[in-house]
Design a protein around this ligand. Structure first.
Ligand code: FEO
Length: 175
């Protein structure tokens, strides 16, 4: 049986993962609007992956005999600026998610919830990857700028990422 404080904190994390999904979906729409279909596809896949993160936590609470309490998802921005600005925002967001996961792990440790700690280790590793991937794309965009042939090549590579959180992706890799 899961303790109330860990359960409540995981419920908050579920909301953060759904918010992440919403933000990336909105970023995908932004790139569609900007005629960058590869970036749009990458962000769409990322949004789907975040939904799966939320469901992993959702299932964990249920498996432990706890009570899932879904919360309202905040409205994401509609406009995000240049491709570099979009990925800088994505990186900042992932850094916030990492801090939240770390705090959650700290709480699970304080409460002596070993099952939650084991489950959260997956998320800790995932955040290392997510920050690494976002940082790599930010650095590439800094080199190539926000327009021109190199951006179109990167767009094509980003579009190679498979949908639904599967492995895959071009230079940009997967998050
Ligand atoms: Fe599920 Fe990108 O954090």
């Amino acid at each position: 049986m899961i303790g109330k404080s860990v359960q409540d904190a995981i419920n908050n994390q579920i909301n953060m993962e759904f918010l992440s999904s919403y933000i990336y979906l909105s970023m995908s729409a932004h790139f569609e609007h900007e005629n960058l279909p590869g970036f749009a596809r990458w962000m769409h896949a990322q949004g789907e992956e975040e939904r799966l993160h939320a469901m992993k936590l959702f299932n964990f609470i249920n498996d432990r005999g706890g009570r899932v309490a879904l919360q309202a998802i905040a409205q994401p921005p509609v406009e995000f600026g240049s491709p570099l600005e979009v990925f800088q925002k994505a990186l900042e967001h992932e850094q916030k998610v990492s801090a939240s996961i770390n705090a959650l792990y700290g709480l699970a440790a304080k409460e002596g919830d070993y099952a939650a700690q084991v489950m959260l280790q997956w998320f800790i590793n995932e955040q290392v990857e997510e920050e690494k991937t976002a940082t790599a794309i930010v650095e590439q965009l800094k080199r190539i700028g926000n327009d021109g042939p190199a951006l179109l090549i990167l767009d094509r590579e980003m579009g190679a990422r498979k949908a639904g959180g599967e492995e895959g992706g071009g230079e940009g890799g997967e998050a």
